[in-house]
Design a protein around this ligand. Sequence first.
Ligand code: ATP
Length: 665
Amino acid sequence: MALFHVARYPGPEAAGAEAGADGRARALLERLQCRARERQRQKQPRQQEAAQSAGPAGKRRAAAAQTAEARGRRGAGEQAAESGRRGHGRRWGPTGRGGPWSRVPVGLTRRPPRFCRAGSSEEAPEESGVGAEAAEQPEAPDGRPPEEASGPPAHALLLGGFRRSRAPKVQPFLPAWLAEPSCVEKSVTKDLVPIEDVPEVHPDLQKKLRAHGISSYFPVQAAVIPALLESMANGFLVGRGGYQPSDLCVSAPTGSGKTLAFVIPLVQALLHRAMCQVRALVVLPTKELAQQVSKVFNVYTDATPLRVALVTGQKTLAKEQETLVQRTVDGFRCLADIVVATPGRLVDHIDQTPGFSLQQLRFLVIDEADRMIDSMHQSWLPRVMAAAFPREGTKSLFSLLQRRQPQAITAASTCCPQMPLQKLLFSATLTQNPEKLQQLGLHQPRLFSTGLAQRGSRDADAEADGESAGKYTFPAGLTHHYVPCSLRSKPLVVLHLVLEMNFSRVLCFTNSRENSHRLFLLAQAFGGVSVAEFSSRYGPGQRKMILKQFEQGKIQLLISTDAMARGIDVQGVQLVVNYDAPQYLRTYVHRVGRTARAGKTGQAFTLLLKVQERRFLRMLAEGGVPELERHDTPSKLLQPLVPRYEAALSQLERAVKEERKQKAA
Ligand SMILES: Nc1ncnc2c1ncn2[C@@H]1O[C@H](COP(=O)(O)OP(=O)(O)OP(=O)(O)O)[C@@H](O)[C@H]1O
């Protein structure tokens, strides 16, 4: 089983922690030295005074104390110099060579400092450990503790008297729109709104919704659809008085129906457009997701004049160009009203497709917005904005409607009708970090959220970048479990879960392509379960086929990398297994969100090694995951599978060798 790599959490055992402890040790040591020197400076006049008043005996004691203290300072100075020389390497105790304790590595010691009496109970464990290294002295040769040996007298506190005061917590300042979102019910089984109760939606669209088995709107749809329709009440143009509609951000759990929350209003807004122009652009992180969203658009634009183009790189550039523009005698004709794209391919078309124009773009939807913000380094958004807002003076067929970036409203700016560009952000894990959101240049944004309002702004700083403070909400029908197991037994536990639970669709996530492939080969060799893998080893066409077969129930166990963790909506996934525990809470949210969608129930099992347990469970608890149920798999349950498993392992070894040979050839 050494063939499987397991991503380990960087626990205290990890080398990184040791390096971190070194850095902290050095900082603490410097602080201690500084304080000791200061205390000494304050003490010196008092000692001299006392010595003068106590006569020759007192003078001797004072001199001894000073000598000892100087010795202590020298020792600490050497330590600091030594640590400076060695950089981040492993360092040794302060008095250097000789003493029986002196070769204890700094990062490993956890004893409290003997000289740090005051305040030592308040210190963080790492700091206590480091402090012990910094301040501790060797025992005297006669075995007496240093206080009793020839060092300084007990009352001469060399280092100590310091108390670690808590730094006041900096409260974040959140803009009002983030701090006070419009609250949305998180459960899709509560607060459903019958379709007829939202009369703003076009009757044809209502009919289509019913035809597809949708009789009520989920809470996020009931909140967002009317808000969006209202913001476009003035048609494509800016409202009277220069009114520009607000950008919208939507944060709602996985499987809560966010896709229809933008598809319905966008289709309705474009239903009566006069000319075909690209008015709506939807950007998504992966080809599969883009394909899924374009399918939903196709359903609701069917039997309308609206055209949807998918640009993801699945076809050649030329083929995609044919769906976007057509050359005419006097220029180009646009062929798409709605473009669904991945960012890279979109930029290719902006650069290389003659006649492809975003100057009439009215809606920019950024789905899986937090992931898209992470990919901002690709500069796709500035490229889209530059294409959507032409430089002043550029001649255009639609110069009457030529628009400028939102700016201060003046009498002059309101005299020409302008088409606004409204940004719509959607995610189950939308960041609340204002700095990150600022990169999107949102205009008077409005937030719809299922979870953040209850927590208020206080927790938002914890959320700022990462993964804590109970900020995410999960589908109500999802139950979370963890399975303690060893590295050796992990594949066996997966097979046991799949066979024991007898689910027709199980999605199993690993942290790498390699792990997915080997687990797939092993499960295949084990037999008794129809298994496939989904990763970048396969081309888009093959991946599409695999997804289809999985949806049809032809594949019982699909082993996947995180390529499938986000947004993919496969009906009837009952069980998600995290073969490798995800490293980030966001990843966990999206992986387990492939089950328990649209009000259904589902289960998530995470396999945890002993070293991962504490940290992983803490991460989830801080992130608002309902308590995980422990699911033990005693060896007597696994035992019957072992002989087949051993045989499968041998087959796997052979298969891996064979693949290596083929690669090398
Ligand atoms: N009002 C509704 N009634 C019944 N089913 C619905 C409704 N709205 C959406 N659905 C179904 O719910 C499922 C999940 O919807 P969708 O993919 O939009 O979720 P999501 O919120 O985008 O999830 P994720 O965050 O994982 O991308 C889809 O299969 C969709 O058809």
